[in-house]
Design a protein around this ligand. Structure first.
Ligand code: 5GP
Length: 120
């Protein structure tokens, strides 16, 4: 089973407004903001508002409305920021081998340069 949700994780604090973030989108189900250590010219993190540790946790426990709202938000952010042409990359790290560092589900959205082939 997944670890319990830690409401002191950094993205929980961002969701509560306790620490600042550079927001690019917010709606009922999702928040999107700039990664603090960008790995591409555009590096956005999209997170669900609910307390989900990871993609594994979210896909198992979230409601249909939360899942639909989150998936729609990821696509909308990419469209609104003009990433669809020439393209972008989505990534979600899960667990130790996935090197997930923050225990609140986040989708990385990379854009702004040719990203090359996937690594490992
Ligand atoms: P992970 O390795 O968990 O998939 O990625 C965590 C991401 O969160 C990293 O890309 C890291 O730069 C970003 N990050 C960590 N702390 C903060 C923060 O306080 N603010 C923002 N905007 N991004 C953060």
């Amino acid at each position: 089973a997944t670890q319990p949700y830690d409401d002191q994780n950094i993205f929980a604090k961002i969701l509560r407004g306790e620490i600042p973030s550079k927001k690019v989108h917010e709606d009922d189900h999702a928040l999107a903001f700039h990664d603090i250590n960008p790995q591409a010219p555009h590096h956005i993190l999209v997170i669900p508002k609910g307390p989900y540790v990871s993609w594994d946790d979210f896909s198992a426990r979230a409601s249909e409305a939360e899942i639909a709202g989150f998936v729609r938000a990821v696509g909308k952010v990419a469209r609104d920021l003009g990433f669809v042409e020439p393209g972008y990359r989505l990534l979600a790290n899960v667990g130790l081998n996935g090197h997930q560092e923050v225990p609140h589900l986040h989708i990385h959205l990379f854009a702004g340069r040719p990203l090359g082939p996937m690594l490992a």
